[in-house]
Design a protein around this ligand. Structure first.
Ligand SMILES: C[S@@+](CC[C@H](N)C(=O)[O-])C[C@H]1O[C@@H](n2cnc3c(N)ncnc32)[C@H](O)[C@@H]1O
Length: 322
């Protein structure tokens, strides 16, 4: 699944047929792949007849590799976070789009490269930065207070032994390598070889989510998609754990209901707000067949909906600051 060999895919896309069905691309339409990765969704969008695909990724390596992975004149690659997609689309004169897909998390390419520091399976520096900028995992673990590390492990890894693991990390400082961190976590987390779930999985996930502000990005990305879609445009989002899925579920629930909000002038009178999304589909999980071929699809959930003509409820950051 994760080989980078010349004849094998560098990342097996998850729920790709289901995503393409939800996006319902008509010939010539413009689509956004907010998480280009190894281009699996982009290729599927192009095969479905998209006239243009804008592929975003915050990882410069993904953008660099993408040019040869998907050599198609209909593809524009942009190194940027998906939370800024509406601004980028406006700046480039592309305007509103017909379909948007987000596939949250890390790619096999990122996990496979030990020097990126995302994986505890191979030893590498504790980096974990998707954009290759900002604080590294080593800088965070070697400078944060024990309580802050424990909070991150609990909030983003749902780690029951967060405090014990945070204490062990602080006692072992400086921690510089992924293998060192995995060994510390296994000792403090009471891991026995052969045990089903390795506590290092939760700690690595938690630190990665924190450093890359992944949950905030997802929230802002959904709002950016709301601003970037045409009326009738489709949004499909694939997540890999319950923290992310909850955010998407709540977003679609809020945006598809006529949630009343207090009027600015007379807060006691509720102004109905028009739904910005409709036709919210039931969550979709991977089929038995896909699971047999790709165990990474185990926790994947797809949620999708269709944009209405109502004005977006959120404003972009620049407008918010003015
Ligand atoms: C699960 S992979 C996507 C795989 C892709 N669907 C495919 O089929 O090859 C997620 C990708 O999204 C990128 N990514 C994660 N968060 C992002 C964000 N906020 N903005 C842009 N790209 C992001 C990661 O760098 C990674 O390359």
């Amino acid at each position: 699944m994760t080989s980078t060999g010349a004849n094998t895919a560098p990342h097996v896309p998850v729920l790709v047929n289901e995503v393409v069905a939800a996006l319902a691309i008509h010939g010539g339409e413009t689509a956004v792949d907010g998480t280009f990765g190894a281009g699996g969704y982009t290729r599927a969008m192009l095969s479905a007849g998209a006239g243009r695909v804008i592929g975003f990724d915050r990882d410069p390596d993904a953008i660099e590799a993408g040019r040869s992975l998907v050599p198609d004149p209909r593809l524009t690659l942009v190194e940027e976070r998906f939370s800024h997609m509406d601004r980028v689309l406006a700046e480039r004169g592309i305007g509103l789009v017909d379909a948007i897909a987000l596939d949250i998390g890390v790619s096999s390419m990122q996990l496979d490269r030990a020097e990126r520091g995302f994986s505890f399976q191979a030893d590498g520096p504790l980096d974990m930065r998707m954009s290759r900028s900002g604080m590294t995992a080593a800088e965070f673990l070697n400078s944060a207070e024990e309580a802050e590390i424990a909070r991150v492990l609990r909030d983003y890894g749902e780690e029951p032994r967060a405090r014990a693991i945070a204490r062990a990390i602080v006692a072992a400082r400086p921690v510089e390598r992924t293998a060192e961190l995995a060994a510390i976590v296994r000792r403090a987390g009471g891991y026995r070889p052969g045990q089903k779930s390795d506590p290092a999985t939760r700690t690595f996930q938690a630190i990665r989510i924190h450093l890359n502000a992944e949950l905030e990005e997802l929230e802002e990305g959904l709002e950016a998609a709301e601003r970037a879609l045409k009326p009738g445009g489709r949004l499909a989002v694939v997540t890999f754990h319950s923290l992310e899925d909850r955010i998407v579920k709540r977003f679609f629930r809020e945006r598809s209901g006529a949630t009343p909000a207090g009027s600015r002038h007379r807060p006691e009178i509720m102004d109905p707000i028009e739904p910005t999304f409709e036709r919210v589909a039931k969550p979709v999980a991977a089929s038995e067949r896909e699971l047999a071929a790709n165990p990474r699809a185990r926790s994947a959930r797809l949620r999708s909906a269709v944009r209405t003509a109502a004005p977006a409820r959120s404003h972009n950051t620049r407008e918010r600051l003015q």
